[in-house]
Design a protein around this ligand. Sequence first.
Ligand code: CMC
Length: 431
Amino acid sequence: MSEATKTATLTFDDKTFELPMHTPTAGPDVIDIRKLYAQAGVFTYDPGFTSTAACDSAITYIDGDAGVLLHRGYPIDQLAEKSHFLEVCYLLLYGELPTADQLEDFEHRVTQHTMIHEQMHNFFRGFRRDAHPMATMVGVVGAMSAFYHDSTDISDPWQREVASIRLIAKMPTIAAMAYKYSIGQPFVYPQNSLDYASNFLRMCFSVPAEDYVVNPILSRAMDRIFTLHADHEQNASTSTVRLASSSGANPFACIAAGIACLWGPAHGGANQAALEMLRQIGTPDRIPEFIARAKDKNDPFRLMGFGHRVYKNFDPRAKVMKKSADEVLELLGVENNPTLQVAKELEKVALEDSYFAEKKLYPNVDFYSGIILDAMGFPTAMFTPIFALARTVGWISQWKEQISDPQLKIGRPRQLYQGPTYRDYVDVENR
Ligand code: CMC
C-alpha cells in the first residue's frame, strides 16, 4: 500500500475524523477506512461494492467511462490484435511481456501439463449423462485438490507456480471433457503439438471415427475469445477467488469457487443467456416486444448482453468481439445467420432508444461472443465453460498477487443488522 497522499474529513455527531487517502497510478483516489471502526465506532455500507476498493492490485485497470481496459498497462485491443492468449497469460502472471525465450519456456511448461490424472476420468463418469458442463467443471476443478497434493501448499512459491501452470494447462482438457461427457462422446486426449486454442478445438470437436483438421481461422478466433476474457479486475468471480483464498484455501478450491460464481447469468452465464434470448426473439419484427419488456419495471426480463457495472460508455472487449464476429461469420459464409440478423437489429434499436442511452446500457462482450461460438459449432451450454477456461489465468494472477501481499487479511465484511434484538427463548408449548 502506498503512503497516504492527503486526508478526507468525516464529520458526524459533532465529531471529526481524518481519514488517509491514497492516489493510485490510474483511477480515482481511495479513502482508507481500515481504522474507521476502531476510531469512530461506525461501519461503511456498500452492498454490491459499488464504491469500495477491496484490495491493491497492479494487474488490470479499467476506466469504465472512457471504455478502457489495460492489462499491466497494455490496452486490450492491441493485445487482441497483436498478441495471443499464452503471451497474455505470461503478462498477467509475471507482469511483463515475455522475451522470445521466456515465451518458449512458458509455452513448453503449459504444454507439459495438459493431461489430467487418469483416475480423474472417474469423476466425470459420476455425473448425470446430460450434466451442464459448468456443473461438471466446478466439481472436477475442486477435485484437483485431491490429485495434486504437491501443489496445494500456498506458502511455498514453487507449489504456487506449479498449481498456476497446471490450472492454465488443464482447464481446456477439463472443459472439453465436460462437453464430450455431456454429449455422450469419448474423451479426446490433448495433442501437445498443437497450439493452445487448436488443441482445445480438437478436444471438443474431433471423434475417433474421423480425422479432424483444425481450421486456422477458427483457431485464431478461439484464441482471441480467450484473450478478451483473460482478466477483468475485481469482478464477482475474481472477488470470490480472492475471498476464498483469503482464508488460506488451496488454489484448486479457490478456482472452483470462481467457476461457481461465474456461472450466474448476471456474470459469465450471460453469454449463454444472450444467445438464448436472440433465439427466443427469433425474427427482427419481434424486437420491439422484447425492448418493451426490458423497459417494463414489472417484468424481470433484461436484455442479456447489455449493460455493465463498470463500463458506462462502451465495453472495449465488445468492440473487438464484434469485429471478430463479422470476420468469422464472413469467412465461414454464415453472415446471413438469422441470429446475427436479430443481434444486429437489436443492437441498433437499443442504442437508439432513450431508456438504454439514459441508463448507459451498451452491448457487452457477452453479446457478441455467443454469436461467434455458435457459428463455430459450440452449443450454448459450452459458452460459460469457455469463459471460465479463459478467465482462469486472471483468477490465478489475482490469487498469486493476493497471496504474496504481506498485508493479507482474511476477508470479513461487516453488516447493517436489521433483525430482532435480544429476546429470550420461548418453549415450544408457549409459542
Ligand atoms: N436490460 C434492461 N435494463 C437494464 C439492464 C438490461 N440488460 N441492465 C441494467 N438495466 C437497468 C436496471 O433495471 C436498472 O434500472 P433502474 O435504475 O431503473 O432500476 C439500471 O439499468 C441499473 O441496473 P443495475 O442492475 O443496478 O446495474 P448493475 O451495475 O448492478 O448491473 C449488470 C450490471 C451487468 C448485472 C446488468 O446490466 C445486467 O443484468 N445485464 C444483463 C446481464 C449481462 O449481460 N451480464 C454480463 C456482464 S459482462 C460480462 C461479465 O462481466 O461477466
